[in-house]
Design a protein around this ligand. Sequence first.
Ligand code: ATP
Ligand code: MG
Length: 454
Amino acid sequence: MRVLIIGSLAGELGQAARMAIARGAKLDQTESLEAGLERLRNDGRFDLVLCELAYDIAALVAALAAERMVVPVVACAVNPDPEAAVRAIRAGAREFLPLPPDPDMIAAILQAADGESHVLVARDPVMLATVRRAEQIAAAEASVLISGESGTGKEVLARHIHRRSRRAGGPFVALNCAAIPDTLLESELFGHEKGAFSGALARRIGKFEAADGGTLLLDEVSEMEPRLQAKLLRAVQEREIDRLGGSAPVKVNVRILATTNRDLAAEVACGRFREDLYFRLNVVALCIPPLRDRPGDIAPLAQHFARHYAEVNGLPPRSLTPAALALLAQQRWRGNVRELENTIHRAVLLAAGEAIGAEAIELIGERVPPAQARAAEPRAEGVASLVGQRMEDVERQLILETLNHTLGNRTHAATILGISIRALRNKLRDYAAHGVAVPPPPAGVATPFAGVEV
Ligand SMILES: Nc1ncnc2c1ncn2[C@@H]1O[C@H](COP(=O)(O)OP(=O)(O)OP(=O)(O)O)[C@@H](O)[C@H]1O
Ligand SMILES: [Mg+2]
C-alpha cells in the first residue's frame, strides 16, 4: 500500500502520516502539486494520494484525468471551510479527511484504497486441491489464468501465488481491465511519453513498468477490447512494451497472472478474444470452484469474516451460532465468497447479543433446493404482484435493490442479475442522469474516479 502525501508533514498531516505508516503503508511526500504529479508519473504503484485542501484539488484531479492516471485522491485539512471540502469532493476527491486525523477513519480510507483483504481461507478438499496446485506452480515464471465466477477469490489466489513466488520481494501490481474505460486502459498498462496526447505533459510509466521485478495481475482480462488485446499479446510475448507516443520499446521483467469470470475459451470460440493471447495467458489454468461446490469452506470463511468485521468496526469478537451456520450452509451463494462476506459484515453490525444468531443474517439468495426438487422448473411465485407495472420500472427496482444487497458492489450485483458489468454500469449512469439515487460503490472496492464509474 503506497500513499503519496502532498503537503507539509510538520503539523497534523504528519500525525496522519504516522498512523498510515503504523498500518503498514509506505509513504512518499512532496510539497507541491507539480512535484506530486512528477512522482505519480514515475511510479505507477501509488494506491492513494492524500492532499492538503490548501492545494488546488480540482487542478490535481483534472491533471490526473488529463494525463490518464487512475489513483484516488483524498483531501484533508484542519478546521476546513465546509464549502471548500464540498468543492473538493465535487471536483473528484474520493473522500474528505478532517485533521487532526481519527485513527479509524485513516484505517477505513487505507482499507478502501487497498481493495479487499488478502487472507486466503481454504478448508474444503475441493478448494485445497486448487490451492495446492497454485502453490506448486507459484515458483515458476509461467503465466497463469485464474478463472471462476465473480467473487470466488481469484484476486486472493493471485496474491497468494505472488507471495509464494520467487518474485515475492518485488511489487504486486493489479489492474482491473473492466473498471477502467478503454481510452484510459492503454496508458494505464503501458504508460505514455510527453506529448503522446493533448494532456500528456510529461512521461509517465504504466503498470507493466511499475510491476518490473514482480507480478502483474490483469484482472478481468476478457473485458479488454481487441485493439488492446493485440498490444497486450506483444507485451506478453516479447516482454517489452511501447509507451503511448514512445519511439523505442522498453524491456520489462514481469510475471503475468490474469483472471476472468467469463469462459475465455468460449470467448475465443465466438471471436471476442484472441486465441494467440489466450494461449499465452493460459500456460497454467487454475479454476476456482463456486462456493456452493465447496460447502466445507462456508463455516471457516464466515467465522473469518465475523472476526475481521468485528475488529474493523471496533466491536467485541462474536462467534456464529450453530443455527446461523446451518442457515448459511443452505444458501446458493450466487455471489460466492463476496456475497458471504457482505452477509456476515451486515450480520456483525446487526447482531444484538453475545453471538451472531440466525436472526441477524439477512439473505436474498435462493436456498440450495433438496436433491429431488432440483430438476423441477423454478416457480413464478411473487411475479403476479408485479403485473400492472412497466418492465422498465421493475427492472430499475430490481437493479437498485440488488445493488443495495451487495452493499453497492457492481461486479457482484451484475453476477446476481446475470448481466455484464458494462451493461449494469450503463443502466446506473442512465438512472443517475435521470436523478435516481444510485447506491455508491462500497468502501472496499476501488473506484478510480467519480465519472469513471457511476
Ligand atoms: N478463500 C478466501 N479466503 C478469504 N477471503 C476470501 C477468499 N475468497 C474470497 N475472499 C474474499 O471475497 C472477496 C472477493 O474475492 P476476490 O476479489 O478475490 O474475488 P474475485 O473472484 O476476484 O471476484 P471478481 O470476479 O468479482 O473480481 C474479497 O473481499 C476477498 O477478500
Ligand atoms: Mg477480482
